[in-house]
Write a protein that binds this ligand. Sequence first.
Ligand code: ZN
Length: 277
Amino acid sequence: MKHGSLTDLSRLCIHTITTKPLDIETAIDKYAALGVSGITVWRDAYGKFKPRQIGEMIRKSGIEPVSLCRGGFFPSVTRSNREAAIADNIAAIEEANEMGMPLIVLVCGADPGQSPETSRDQIRDGIEAILPRAAELNVKLAIEPLHPVYADTRSAVNTMKQANDMAGYFNSPWLGVAVDVYHVWWDEDLQSEIIRCGQANRLFAFHVCDWKVPATDILLDRGIMGEGCIDIRRIRQWVNQAGFNGFNEVEIFSEIHWKTNQDEYLKRIIEAYRLYV
Ligand code: ZN
């Protein structure tokens, strides 16, 4: 076996968004049948089910609940929007608790009507407002830095350093960082910031997919591992060196792959997982 390669699926988690055409019940069944070990549920995937029912389905399947995606989107030039975001994040924490999800991923948000610095101040205020409820319900929060191409509307937290600094400001066991290779692979400080994150016990999640060359749509044309230019295994090894022993979560947004047969696609994902993660 090649050094560092993954021989089994015991750390493979799939995000429901990856197989967006499948309803939640079907997704859970198919993941379980293929030996997938963990699931991250997106809030748009509930369908007719309540979070508590989804939690029961997951437990029955034997798959481990990994995280709920997503909270965040705190900044806005409008106060009423910022207050609505906090209420929505509190709702997400309660949903995670009902579902038995130990973690919520935060896509922190940004408003192009103000500076990234102001957006980051509002992100800090938003986290401050929700962190006590997260701690009370035993739900951890992970700041996911997003590639700077998303700094206009999706996140003013764009590097691992910014995410580590933000988490360090709070210094809470309930707040950490989610490393997504798609967003951070280009960063010259990536290895040192991953190690810094791990040493502070704040490395809460690891997401994988690939950056296609060229990507025709920066949001919805993400690749299966191996389809693009990211050396995923190298980053995964840094994450492991940093002490992370959680799941490798496959999170792919792709109009192309969503149009394909999802059984074939899931098989391709598992094959790619063995080869490239
Ligand atoms: Zn992610």
